[in-house]
Design a protein around this ligand. Structure first.
Ligand SMILES: Nc1ncnc2c1ncn2[C@@H]1O[C@H](COP(=O)(O)OP(=O)(O)O)[C@@H](O)[C@H]1O
Ligand SMILES: Cc1cn([C@H]2C[C@H](O)[C@@H](COP(=O)(O)O)O2)c(=O)[nH]c1=O
Length: 223
């Protein structure tokens, strides 16, 4: 029986890597698949992992119809055994319905990968539909960590180093590099729920701990 599987985790938890590994494992066993993505950091029609692997992909636009695409391919004589769908949080709910139909009526496996919630902690409509329809929802095993060491469960957005909770839902970007000298104009940081609620990013935690450091009163000035 074909299945619709949803693999989810925070940003930087290894979803795109797993998408490429999944494609590889099925491909080397002779199965034929199609890879889809949208709004990848590496640019249009590319599935990229932070581990350096990339693969050509079909860019999923707003009007893209998975059902139509697959039926057209099959009637044109192509064989398709599975679909790998990255950045699935950005897909429209109707596109997730099309994927479920592809699984049920054409017996084609669908492996979808995406984050669950946006920078405001609100479910992406595409991910919500995946949770509603998937045969299995799998949380990535490699845990991304908050700066405090707890498991990161939420994605924070920063603008010039400050965490924000208002703005456009879709802003393509990467997790901040802690060794960078300047914060990016728009960046992301994964946090545990508590630190997301308190807007306590790593940079802010560092600043707060420096401010609350006791002054060295036992050192006479000038020494
Ligand atoms: N320099 C590195 N060495 C080893 N692993 C890394 C390195 N940089 C990133 N990673 C790993 O790559 C994974 C992120 O991969 P990616 O597939 O791009 O994530 P996602 O698609 O979930 O955002 C994480 O599991 C992270 O631990
Ligand atoms: C939280 C959040 C993220 N995004 C963007 C940022 C990245 O381009 C992708 C997530 O990609 P990853 O492979 O999982 O790192 O989504 C966004 O547009 N809006 C958000 O709220």
């Amino acid at each position: 029986m074909a299945e619709l599987q949803f693999f989810t985790g925070t940003m930087d938890s290894g979803k795109s890597t797993l998408a490429l590994q999944t494609n590889h494992n099925h491909h080397v066993r002779g199965r034929i698949g199609r890879i889809f993505t949208t709004h990848d950091r590496a640019g249009a029609a590319t599935l990229s992992s932070r581990l350096g692997l990339t693969h050509d992909a079909i860019e999923v636009g707003g009007g893209f119809d998975f059902w139509r695409y697959v039926v057209d391919q099959l009637t044109g004589g192509a064989r398709i055994d599975y679909l790998v769908c990255d950045e699935a949080q950005f897909y429209e709910p109707s596109q997730i319905d099309q994927l479920a139909r592809v699984v049920d009526e054409l017996q084609i496996d669908v492996f979808a990968f995406g984050i669950l919630t946006d920078f405001r902690t609100v479910l992406f409509p595409g991910s919500a539909r995946l949770v509603e329809l998937a045969d299995r929802t799998n949380v990535l095993q490699v845990e991304a960590l908050c700066w405090c060491g707890r498991r990161a469960t939420h994605n924070a957005r920063t603008e010039n180093g400050e965490m924000v909770t208002e703005g456009e839902v879709i802003v393509v970007g990467d997790v901040e590099d802690p060794s960078a000298q300047q914060p990016p104009e728009v960046g992301y940081e994964v946090l545990c729920r508590q630190h997301h609620r308190r807007r306590m990013t790593a940079a802010r935690a560092r600043a707060v701990s420096l401010v609350s450091e006791p002054l060295p009163f036992d050192q006479p000035f000038g020494e």
